[in-house]
Design a binder for this molecule. Sequence first.
Ligand SMILES: Nc1nc2c(ncn2[C@@H]2O[C@H](COP(=O)(O)OP(=O)(O)OP(=O)(O)O)[C@@H](O)[C@H]2O)c(=O)[nH]1
Ligand SMILES: [Mg+2]
Length: 182
Amino acid sequence: MGELWSRTYQTVYGMIYDPKLILVCGLDNAGKTCLLNRLQGIERNTVPTLGFNAETLQLGYATVQVFDTCGQQTRRDSWSMFFHHAHALVYVVDSNDIERIYEAGTELQKILNHENFPDVPVLILANKQDHPRAATPAQVMRGMRLQRETRPWRVAGTVVKTGEGIDEPLKWLVDQMWQTRT
Ligand SMILES: Nc1nc2c(ncn2[C@@H]2O[C@H](COP(=O)(O)OP(=O)(O)OP(=O)(O)O)[C@@H](O)[C@H]2O)c(=O)[nH]1
Ligand SMILES: [Mg+2]
C-alpha cells in the first residue's frame, strides 16, 4: 500500500511539477517557432531562430517544456545537446519545400540513429498544408524514407500558422509521453 501510494504521489507530482520536455526539430523555415507561438496563443511574425526558445506550457492535462531549436544547417549539430533530456520529439517539415523533403528525412534519420537519442515518441508534422502544391503527409513520409522505426511515431498534416490539425496529434504525443518514459 505504501509503495502504491508513493508511486501515485510521484506520478501526480511529476505531472504537475516536473514538466517533461518536448524537443522540436526540423529544417530552417519549417514552422517550429510558429508552432511554439501558436501553442502559447501568440500571433506574431517569426525570425530565424539562432539559439533556441524554451517555454513551459499546459497541453491538456500535462505541463510540458517545449524546446524550439534552430534549423539552420550549420547549427543542427546543436540539437544533440538536448537529446538526453527529451521525452518526445516533434519534427516539423515544410511540405511545400519539395526540394528539401529528402534533406529533412536525412536529418530526421540522423536524430533517430543518434546514440544519445532516447526511446521516446516521435510526432512528424507535415506542415504548410495550406499551400496548394504541398506534399501530402503520405508523400512527405515517402520522401523522408522513414522505415522500421520501433519508437511510437505518427505523422499529421498541419497548418501551424492557423493551428489547423495540431491539437489531436499533440494530445496523442502527450498520452504517449506519459506511457513511455518517466
Ligand atoms: N503558409 C504557411 N506558412 C507557415 C506555416 N507555418 C509556418 N509558416 C511560416 O513559415 C515561416 C517560417 O516559420 P518559423 O516558425 O520561423 O520557422 P522555423 O522552423 O522556426 O525556422 P528556423 O528558426 O530558421 O529554424 C514563417 O514565415 C511562418 O509564418 C503554415 O502552416 N503555413
Ligand atoms: Mg525558429
